[in-house]
Write a new protein. Structure first.
Length: 205
């Protein structure tokens, strides 16, 4: 009888160990499936808080949509708009301001690649429709700008869904058409590129 009880205990312990391993493996599979199913994301920029700063409003708004092609690749669509009062190439340190402002709105596409862990590079291209206004807020004319971004940064994952991405970006606009004459005079000598930080955040679903 004692031998039978010992045998039952051994078999029972063995069954519990096997069962626990099966449960753990199933949990890992479920976790991987949940992670792989979170292939879409929506986000924006922390710099929209600049809209609350005193002075001339920048009306900066940004909305990003991302889709993971694989664990290392993501495609992006970005809708963005802002208002600026000085050359972008010397933004924040221009010697002279426009006699008016430029209102830009565009929708761009991008490709993001994770190189090592969560370090990434991103290339984005955004065509902007621009409207020029004089100092009396009267519309002067329209223009077009092709805006390119080359971004490098790191994606911090908080939980399973929320992320924040500090980065540095080279921004370059090779095409910038139909500037009014007085805007052109202010633009003279200003570069058509600038290095700027970025701080995007988002939610995966």
């Amino acid at each position: 009888m004692k031998k039978f009880i010992v045998l039952l205990l051994v078999l029972g312990s063995f069954w519990m160990v096997i069962n626990c391993q099966i449960i753990q493996e199933n949990d890992k599979v479920i976790q991987k499936q949940n992670i792989s199913e979170l292939r879409q994301s929506i986000g924006s920029s922390v710099f929209m808080l600049g809209n609350l700063a005193p002075g001339d409003p920048v009306h900066f708004y940004q909305l990003n949509f991302g889709y993971d092609l694989s664990p290392k690749e993501r495609i992006l669509v970005e809708a963005i708009t802002w208002t600026y009062y000085e050359p972008l190439g010397t933004y924040g340190s221009s010697d002279e301001m426009y006699h008016g402002k430029v209102r830009a709105i565009g929708v761009g596409v991008g490709y993001q690649r994770f190189l090592y862990k969560k370090f990434f590079t991103t290339i984005e291209a955004t065509p902007f429709f621009q409207t020029f206004y004089d100092e009396n807020d009267k519309k002067i004319q329209n223009g077009f700008q092709l805006y390119l971004q080359f971004i490098s940064g790191y994606s911090f994952i908080i939980g399973k869904r929320f992320f924040i991405e500090p980065a540095i970006a080279l921004k370059y606009w090779p095409v910038n058409t139909n500037f009014p004459e007085d805007f052109k005079k202010v633009e003279e000598g200003a570069p058509n590129h600038i290095f700027e930080p970025s701080l995007n955040f988002g939610w995966k679903f």
